[in-house]
Design a protein around this ligand. Sequence first.
Ligand code: GLC
Length: 376
Amino acid sequence: MTSTSEELFDFIAAPLKVFVGKGDNVSELSKLGKRELGFTFSFPVKQISFSSGLLIKWTKGFAIEDTVGRDVSQCLQHALSRRDLDIQVTALINDTVGTLALGHYHDEDTLVAVIIGTGTNACYLEKADAIIKSQGLLTTSRDMVVNVEWGNFWSSHLPRTSYDIDLDAESPNPNDLGFEKMISGMYLGDIVRRVILRMSQELDVFGPDSSKLHVPFILRTPLMAAMHEDESPDLREVSRVLKDILEIPDVPLNIRKLIIKVCDIVTCRTARLAAAGIVGILKKIGRDGSCGVAGGKARPKVGSQIKMKRTVVAIEGGLYTKYTLFREYLNEAMAQILGEDVAPYVIIKVTEDGSGIGAALLAASRSASSVVDAVL
Ligand code: GLC
């Protein structure tokens, strides 16, 4: 995450060489020709063609300065050549786009894809003529996929707590990726750690000050989820995490319950913000039950009938797939925001490994031989 570009892409190419070397995963057809590869690169890229794009900036804690501004497909291509791999990168996509591709492949009503994992982002299918940037470009498609990079979204209407403000200020990229810092798995555990730290400083409930509580990112989100979902009567998991990770032993039961409440509040807020983002996109494409098409005007008057279309939102990422309470909060918030008339038309579908398989599908769809073996 913090080395050189060459090292990073060699690190990716190495297991690929092992994979290809096994041979048994290679179809007969592809043995005849050059192999083609769809490359999922889950960072903001200025896409310059179907198979190439320049890294705009790193997110999610990566900091490899010499990659910024470079064509990441070419970087991978060079790493493949260094290992004598005769493979051509034929598609470069964001993970949201892969998820949309796989979702759409299975169900044509899939118009939106969302990732809520270490980072968070969404993409959606837009009418090509609604995209000012694309005007004048040669395209025969009526639709185009927009990678929103919503982790970067910010609005002065978003209420931030002192914990969000401190987390942002102490991060390597202050004033950047505000939405992602409130939503994604990379940061949630650290928000909870900050709350516990403040509790320990202001209330005499945790005994002597634990130096571990001051360590950024020591409380990782899966540990926070494990505490939140602890159903044992004596909250054993909460005790374990407090003792083993934060070095706070012997916390009374009522305080352990309080910790669960903190996890609950942080997760609920995250899920509701993510749901608001998804509905924002549905509104933009006229699928939130608003009268207007793009731009989403006011809701129809009570009693008036508008014809709703089924819309599928493909979703991927550990926070949604592995964290049951988070998933429940998100689904509940979607239903509340959309209302009972519209919510049944919006289906959230988990698209397992959509980002990888979608890249293969897209590479295959562009491939002369229609054979793609390798997916990253
Ligand atoms: C970060 C990246 C974005 C990616 C998301 C989910 O926000 O900038 O490109 O889609 O994480 O992995």
